[in-house]
Ligand binder design. Structure first.
Ligand SMILES: [Zn+2]
Ligand SMILES: [Zn+2]
Ligand SMILES: [Zn+2]
Ligand SMILES: [Zn+2]
Length: 411
């Protein structure tokens, strides 16, 4: 059985699962005198964005890790509830940020496992969210960033127990829940009362769709024939064309994973062959910066953060799961201490750090760098250590946001 499970992990399933590495610890130890031991955090898998050569590879039957566009729901039926899909602050439906396929092969229940991250596009909401997350043991947090975990056993109602072949023989998956015609993201439980065809997650998205042209389409769908059969035909055409009617979704990318240690090797080889690479110079500069700022935790932490990211500046994601996994904090103030990590709200068990999202993602999403534009220093995702089962298919996990205002104070 165990062998069968391992065989499943094909190279082209972009799983971000961590394999144990017996490589030496990080070669760049910028701060030996720092007792925060940020560097002893074990192997980290980095995520990079690429435009997929074939968009079909991002469909849910291929268990993608992806950013932007719409989510490829793992469980396509039992989607998050109407309340879960809203920003708790402005009540607008949240936008899909990214998902990471991260199965855990130690338990049968996590044979397939995907984490989904959503956020409100309003920076005002993120600032409010930042204040909310500091509340200790609250009844209810008002969040604008939400993370859901979905997992399935190898034998499940939605997917073959054999890995996808990535050719035309792959069965299309069964039909999932009807989605919102505007955002293509959330369950479309609300139906347009006029055409009875267009579906929406929220009144807000119905209004958006109406204004952007459904007003005309809706009448067209009604006029030619009142018979339900031909009506359905028209509707399915319109669904295909207008499925993701919103033009506000973030652009879609595939997330490609690489081990961080790979970049160590490349860099050192690079330095050996050519000592004058800009890479080497940058590191030295940061090292000396680090020296200059000794005594100021935030500045040191910032310099160390930048130096670590400089190994692979295009990374948008850092993945490292487990009790020993530690986030790479941009600044030391405003980080979540281990004692403050909340308990899993489903099993009351401990949560551990699993995923860290970097603001480089915003660059790929074309988010402008203006005063009220969305921005963060890092988003750290904590998940249930036992990846527990629960009555709902999408379990809400915990995200900790560190805002750039803190790091901006650092030169
Ligand atoms: Zn909001
Ligand atoms: Zn919607
Ligand atoms: Zn309509
Ligand atoms: Zn749990």
């Amino acid at each position: 059985m165990e062998t069968g499970v391992k065989d499943y992990s094909l190279d082209d399933i972009k799983s971000l699962e961590i394999s144990s590495l017996d490589e030496d610890e990080e070669q760049t130890q910028e701060e030996d005198d720092n007792d925060d031991d940020d560097e002893d955090d074990g192997p980290v898998t980095l995520g990079f964005l690429e435009k997929p050569s074939n968009l079909y590879t991002l469909l849910r039957q291929y268990f993608p890790s992806k950013a932007g566009g719409v989510p490829a729901w793992l469980d396509p039926v039992d989607l998050p509830s109407e309340q879960s899909c809203l920003c708790d602050i402005c009540r607008e439906p949240l936008q899909f940020l990214l998902q990471v396929y991260a199965p855990l092969t130690n338990t049968e229940s996590t044979f397939h496992r995907t984490l989904f991250v959503f956020m409100c596009t309003s920076m005002t909401c993120l600032l409010q969210d930042q204040r909310e997350q500091w509340k200790r043991r609250p009844e209810k947090l008002y969040r604008s960033v939400k993370v859901f975990r979905s997992q399935l056993t190898r034998s499940n109602p939605f997917y073959s127990s054999d890995p996808p072949m990535h050719d035309k023989t792959d069965k299309p998956p069964g039909i999932g829940a009807a989605l919102c015609h505007w955002c293509g993201t959330w369950k479309g439980d609300k139906v347009c009362s006029s055409c009875k065809g267009a579906r929406y997650c929220s009144g807000k998205h119905q209004v958006m769709h109406w204004r952007s042209g459904h007003k005309i389409d809706c009448q067209r769908m009604n006029v030619p024939s009142r018979s339900s059969l031909s009506n359905n035909k028209t509707i399915s055409t319109e669904i295909k064309i207008g499925m993701f009617a919103s033009n506000a979704l973030w652009p879609e990318f595939e997330i490609i994973s690489e081990e961080e240690c790979e970049f160590d090797t490349e860099e050192s080889e690079c330095n050996q062959s050519n000592a004058l690479t800009s890479e080497g110079q940058k590191d030295e500069t940061i090292d000396s910066l680090s020296e200059n700022f000794k005594g100021d935790d935030d500045k040191r932490s910032w310099a160390s953060f930048q130096a670590r990211l400089a190994k692979a500046p295009e990374q948008v994601l850092r993945y490292s799961r487990g009790v020993e996994a530690k986030p790479l904090w941009p600044v030391s103030s405003g980080r979540l201490s281990n004692t403050d990590i909340p308990k899993c709200k489903y099993c009351d068990g401990p949560m551990c750090c699993e995923l860290q999202i970097l603001p480089q993602l915003l660059y790929y999403f074309g988010v402008k760098n203006e005063a009220d534009s969305l921005d963060w220093a890092t988003i750290v995702v904590y998940t249930c250590e036992g990846s527990c089962e629960a009555s709902v298919s999408y379990r809400e996990e915990f995200a900790w946001v560190q805002l750039p205002s803190l790091s901006h104070a650092v030169p």
